[in-house]
Design a protein around this ligand. Structure first.
Ligand code: FMN
Length: 187
């Protein structure tokens, strides 16, 4: 798919078909996530692929978001801050969140490119997911990402975004006006 089309087509889709995506597609999405920039190129993230129906139900309960139950596969993205802590000290938390965000967006764009559906899920009861997936105490859960085909009736589009005129400034914070370039000489 054309790059701009992928970016515009990505949407938080919650209506899933029962058809299970092939394993190589799941790996392709994780590979895309793993290609995201990371502070000092340190490997920070871990990906848990969950196909077990009971576990998927447990995760949906931990998120209190029933649409997740319909997903045939879920990827839980976790982070291990140990190595980053040693190198970046106070910046660690910010760096890890930024890296996770970059990886998650890569993942979602690849999912879109493969005509699959997903939704970034960040609201969950931490301890319940940790218990379902046996995640140790020192590891953080960054996001839950269902993987599915969209249902035949799904018509989800990306939600409209704010106009660039509201959020883009020039030279100074809040300055919305770009100075016209001054012409020097007669050209
Ligand atoms: C950090 C983060 C957490 C999110 N958590 C949830 C969530 O728990 N459940 C959900 O349905 N969507 C969640 N979303 C998806 C947003 O609601 C969605 O991206 C937003 O409404 C815009 O819609 P779009 O993705 O279709 O453009 C989350 C998105 C982000 C970036």
């Amino acid at each position: 798919m054309d790059f701009d089309k992928v970016i515009k087509k990505r949407a938080s889709i919650k209506n899933y078909s029962d058809k299970k995506p092939k394993y190589d597609k799941i790996i392709n999405a994780i590979e895309a996530a793993n290609l995201a920039p990371s502070p000092g190129n340190i490997p920070i993230l871990h990906f848990i692929i969950v196909e077990d129906k009971e576990k998927i139900n447990e995760i949906a309960e931990a998120c209190q978001q029933p649409f997740i139950k319909k997903a045939p596969v879920i990827v839980a993205i976790c982070s291990d801050s140990k190595k980053t802590n040693m190198m970046y000290d106070k910046r660690t938390e910010k760096y890890i969140k930024q890296h996770a965000g970059a990886a998650i967006e890569n993942f979602l764009l690849k999912i879109t490119d493969m005509k699959l559906a997903s939704c970034w899920v960040g609201a969950f009861v931490n301890m319940e997911i940790k218990s379902a997936l046996k995640i140790p105490e020192n590891i953080d859960i960054e996001a839950i990402l269902p993987i599915a085909y969209p249902s035949k009736v799904d018509k989800t589009n990306q939600k409209p975004k704010t106009n660039l005129g509201n959020i883009c400034f020039f030279e100074e914070y809040k300055n919305k006006y770009k100075k016209k370039p001054i012409k020097i000489g007669g050209h």
